[in-house]
Design a protein around this ligand. Structure first.
Ligand code: BG6
Length: 482
C-alpha cells in the first residue's frame, strides 16, 4: 500500500473542462492555504500539444475565470503555477507512456494519479501506465466517473484497474462524498443522541432525496444522451446519499467500517417494481424567467434518453421495513437544489384536535446546496389567548451551517477529495463492491424499462418534473417537498 503523502500528482485530462473548472482551482486553494506539501509536483497530461509554459498559461486563465474573486492572490497564483508541468500523451498509443515516465522521473516518493478519461481509453491507459512502470507500490490512482455504463462494463474497468492497482490503492471518486453537508450527515446522525432512536420505521414515515438542476444538456451531447439521469446521477450520487442516510452506525469512523455499512444498505435495496419508477424528458419552458428549448432541441434530434427520473426505493432490512425512499433528479427543473428530507411519523394521538389544532408531522430537511443547512420543522403554539381554540403552527429550528461556521473557509468537494487522494485517505471514496451493488440495482431498473418499453414522459422546463412523478408519491399520500 502506498503509505503517506504523495510527492507527485499526475492529472489526466489536464486541459479538459473538469480540470479547468474544478481541479486546478481546488489545487490552487489547497496550495494557497498551505494544505499541500510545498514540494508536491503537479504534472498534467492530455492529448493537446503544450509545453510547460503553455500549460501554465492555460491554468492561469482557468484560475482567472473560475476562482472566486476573494480567492485570487497574484503572488500565490504565480507560485502555484510553478508547481505545474505538462507532458502531451495520446493514451491510445502505448509508446507515449515512456516519455511520460521520463517527465515524471523518480516517483518512489509516492505518486497519486487522477484519471478522468473517455471510457474507451481506460484499459489502454492502465496498460500504458503499467508498461512504463508507473503502477508500483508507491502509486495510487483516483478514478473519475463514468466508470462504465452498466455492471458488466464497470466490472471490466474494475478488473483492468485491479490488474495494476490493488483495491487499497484505487480511489473511486463520487464528488458528492466530498461535499461538506454530506459528511455532516454522519455528524448529525452519530454525534447527536436525539435522532438515532427515531431513525427507523417506528419513527420515520418516508425519506425523500432530491437533486434538481436548472441546467440542461450543457453541450455534453454524446455523453449525456448515452447516459441519462438514472446513470448520470442516481446510480452514483443519489445512492451514496441514500446509503449514508440509511446505514447502521459504523463502529468507527474509518474507511472500512463506513463502507461496510453503506454496502449493506446498497445490497438491501429491493428491485424496483414497474410502477415505482418514472422517466421524464424536458420539453420547452422557462427556467428562472428565461425561455429555453426542449431536450430534443438542445440535442438536435429526438431522443429516448431520460433527463429526469423518480424512483420509490425500499431498503429491505429490519430498520427500514415499510419506509419508502423517494428519489428524484432531473435537469431543467424549477430550482437547483440537493436535499434529503426525513419525514417523521405523526404523533400517535392529537390532543389538540378537539380544540381545532391540526398537526403536521415533524420533518428534518438536510439541504446540501445551494445553501447548506439543517432544518427541523416542529409544531409550536401561536402566541395568543386561544379564545377560538389553540392555534398551532409549524416553525423551523434552523441550523444554518453557512452562518454557524461563517469564519470557516468553505471548501468545494474536489478540494477535499484531491487532498484525501494525495494524503491516501480512502474514507470518502467508493469501494468496488459498493459500485457493483449500485450497478446491479440500476441495471434491473433499466431492464424493467426496456421490457415495459417505458418511454420518458415530457415535462415542461422550469417545472418539478412529469405529473406521473407527482402521482408516484401522492398515491401513497405523500407530497414531494417542493
Ligand atoms: C455530475 C453529473 O456527476 O454531477 C452532471 O455528470 C451534474 O450531469 C453534476 O450536473 C452535478 O453536480 P453538483 O455538484 O453541481 O450537484
Amino acid at each position: 500500500m502506498a503509505i503517506g503523502q504523495s510527492k507527485t500528482l499526475l492529472l489526466f485530462g489536464a486541459t479538459g473542462d473538469l480540470a479547468k473548472r474544478m481541479l486546478l482551482p481546488s489545487l490552487y486553494a489547497l496550495h494557497a492555504d498551505q494544505l499541500i506539501a510545498p514540494d508536491l509536483r503537479i504534472v498534467g497530461t492530455a492529448r493537446s500539444h503544450h509545453d510547460d509554459a503553455a500549460f501554465r498559461a492555460m491554468a492561469g486563465e482557468a484560475l482567472a475565470k473560475f476562482l472566486p474573486d476573494g480567492r485570487k492572490d497574484d503572488a500565490a497564483i504565480a507560485a502555484f503555477l510553478q508547481r505545474l508541468s505538462y507532458q502531451p500523451l495520446d493514451a491510445s498509443q502505448l509508446d507515449g507512456f515512456a516519455a511520460l515516465a521520463e517527465k515524471l522521473g523518480d516517483v518512489s516518493g509516492g505518486m497519486s494519479i487522477f484519471l478522468s478519461t473517455a471510457p474507451t481509453l481506460f484499459e489502454q491507459t492502465i496498460a500504458g501506465l503499467q508498461s512504463a512502470g508507473l503502477t508500483g507500490n508507491s502509486v495510487r490512482i483516483g478514478l473519475e466517473k463514468p466508470l462504465g455504463h452498466d455492471l458488466a462494463s464497470s466490472c471490466a474497468i474494475n478488473d483492468a484497474v485491479a490488474r495494476a492497482f490493488p483495491e487499497e490503492r484505487t480511489f473511486r471518486i463520487d464528488h458528492y462524498l466530498g461535499k461538506e453537508t454530506v459528511q455532516n450527515l454522519l455528524a448529525l446522525r452519530f454525534a447527536n443522541m436525539m435522532f438515532e432512536p427515531l431513525w427507523n420505521a417506528q419513527g420515520i414515515d418516508n425519506i425523500q432525496i432530491t437533486v434538481s438542476e436548472t441546467v440542461g444538456l450543457e453541450g455534453r451531447h454524446g455523453f449525456y444522451d448515452d447516459t441519462g439521469a438514472l446513470r448520470d446521477m442516481l446510480q452514483n450520487h443519489m445512492l451514496q446519499l441514500l446509503a449514508l442516510t440509511a446505514m447502521e452506525p459504523p463502529a468507527e469512523l474509518d474507511a472500512r467500517s463506513i463502507r461496510d455499512e453503506k454496502l449493506k444498505v446498497l445490497r438491501s435495496l429491493r428491485p424496483v417494481a414497474p410502477n415505482e419508477s418514472v422517466r421524464g424528458q424536458y420539453g420547452p419552458g422557462a427556467v428562472g424567467g428565461v425561455a429555453v428549448g426542449s431536450y430534443a432541441d438542445d440535442l438536435g434530434k429526438p431522443s429516448d434518453t431520460e433527463t429526469y427520473v423518480a424512483i420509490k426505493a425500499h431498503v429491505d432490512n429490519w430498520r427500514w421495513r415499510g419506509v419508502p425512499f423517494y428519489l428524484r433528479t432531473g435537469k431543467r427543473l424549477a430550482e437547483r437544489r440537493s436535499e434529503i428530507v426525513v419525514q417523521f411519523k405523526a404523533v400517535p394521538h392529537n390532543i389538540f384536535a378537539p380544540r381545532g389544532g391540526t398537526l403536521a408531522a415533524n420533518r428534518l430537511v438536510i439541504r446540501l446546496q445551494p445553501a447548506e443547512y439543517v432544518r427541523l420543522l416542529v409544531m409550536a403554539k401561536e402566541p395568543g389567548l386561544d379564545r377560538g381554540g389553540m392555534v398551532l403552527r409549524e416553525v423551523p429550528l434552523d441550523l444554518s451551517l453557512t452562518d454557524a461556521f461563517a469564519k470557516t473557509q468553505r471548501r468545494i468537494a474536489y478540494e477535499r477529495l484531491l487532498l484525501d487522494l494525495v494524503d491516501g485517505d480512502p474514507t470518502l471514496f467508493v469501494r468496488r463492491d459498493e459500485v457493483e451493488a449500485q450497478w446491479r440495482w440500476v441495471d434491473a431498473v433499466r431492464a424493467g424499462w426496456a421490457d415495459g418499453k417505458v418511454a420518458p414522459r415530457p415535462y415542461g422546463s422550469g417545472s418539478w418534473g412529469p405529473n406521473a412523478a407527482i402521482a408516484l408519491a401522492e398515491r401513497d399520500g405523500v407530497s414531494w417537498h417542493d
